[in-house]
Design a protein around this ligand. Structure first.
Ligand SMILES: C[S@@+](CC[C@H](N)C(=O)[O-])C[C@H]1O[C@@H](n2cnc3c(N)ncnc32)[C@H](O)[C@@H]1O
Length: 314
């Protein structure tokens, strides 16, 4: 049993095969912005140290790895995620049984991949792509390095895990950068041309002030013409999502939702709203029954989106 486990306490979640311990409720609710308030204190998975690593990153990884079974309709295929999930010995017991969230993560990965692909195809030269809060995302492995030079950024513990599991390679670098105030770590690494900046699966965990600080930091860091792709969730969806099996067991608290993605431009200077894509459009009705009530509350606004923003001149 890992040393951090407090078996028997209300916060402890022990299972026969493996043991995850989670911070006590006060710690998880009051966690600093830097850890988004939901760390696993001392875990191992198939021999890998997961100390300080947010378990929420396992949900999208599991979804991508099992996309053929969970959402065959979209034909998403991610051999690198499959390999990673196998090496970590990930099972549904590790991520919960909330298949709607996993499917949403698959749709998110697919839409982001397509939107990024369009931006890269339109460029004459390879672009720098910064994947913020990258977790164990396998986007660089899916798209490759012919048209992109990758900078994958996350908290130090996750970067260390990524170094082991998806080691840096030519065209793919790793950097430790905590949002919202650690973006200086990226300075000097963005290259000459405007980069593409990606925020996937992180903003809902940050306080609204930290979301605004992150967008302001990116606006200060990146030159005119930079593109920003960011996922967003309507507060009505988040209100229901926290009751999902995985999030409930991980004691996740959502802090930031966005009802109208045009409001991103109010949060930081130099942002221009270009487009939004509705993620739920990829899910057949029977796969999104969970969204019926939130959709009524949202009065027609999309519940889950990828938004394309650009940075205008200073
Ligand atoms: C739900 S996971 C998403 C991971 C990845 N984007 C994906 O879709 O697979 C959230 C990620 O945010 C990272 N994270 C949490 N708080 C952070 C912060 N303050 N700064 C940077 N990354 C953070 C976590 O370490 C984790 O990798």
């Amino acid at each position: 049993m890992p040393s951090g486990c407090r078996r028997g306490s209300r916060a402890c979640w022990c299972r026969r095969r493996r043991c995850w311990s989670v911070p006590c409720r006060a710690e998880s609710m009051g966690g600093s912005i830097g850890d988004a308030g939901q760390r696993a204190v001392s875990d191992t998975a198939a021999g890998h140290d997961l100390t300080g690593v947010s378990r929420t990153l396992l949900i999208p990884l599991y979804g991508r790895a099992h996309a053929a079974r969970l959402l065959p309709e979209v034909r998403f295929h991610d051999p690198a995620a499959q390999d990673l999930a196998r090496r970590l010995g990930l099972s549904e017991r590790d991520v919960g049984r909330d298949r709607f969230t996993m499917r949403l993560c698959i749709a998110r990965s697919l839409v982001l991949e397509r939107m990024l692909g369009d931006l890269l195809d339109a460029a004459e030269q390879p672009r720098t792509v910064v994947v913020l809060a990258c977790g164990l995302d396998t986007l660089p492995q899916r798209i490759g390095t012919e048209h992109a030079r990758w900078l994958c950024a996350d908290l130090a513990a996750v970067t260390a895990l990524r170094d082991q599991l998806l080691p840096p390679s030519p065209g793919v670098s790793h950097v430790s950068a905590a949002l919202p105030h650690g973006l200086d770590a990226l300075a000097g690494q963005l290259g000459e041309k405007p980069p593409v900046l990606m925020l996937e699966g992180i903003l809902p965990y940050l306080e609204p002030a930290a979301v605004a600080a992150t967008l302001r930091g990116l606006a200060e860091l990146a030159p005119q013409g930079a593109d920003l792709l960011v996922d967003g969730y309507h507060p009505a969806l988040l209100a229901f999502a926290r009751f999902g099996d995985g999030f409930r067991r991980m004691r996740v608290r959502f802090r930031f939702g966005i009802a109208d993605t045009r409001d991103y431009v109010q949060l930081a200077p130099r942002l221009r709203h270009q487009a939004e894509k509705d993620l739920l459009a990829l899910l057949p009705w029977r796969r999104r029954l969970r969204t019926v009530l939130p959709a009524v509350a949202a009065l027609g606004r999309p519940l889950a989106t990828i938004t394309h923003l650009t940075l205008t001149p200073a």
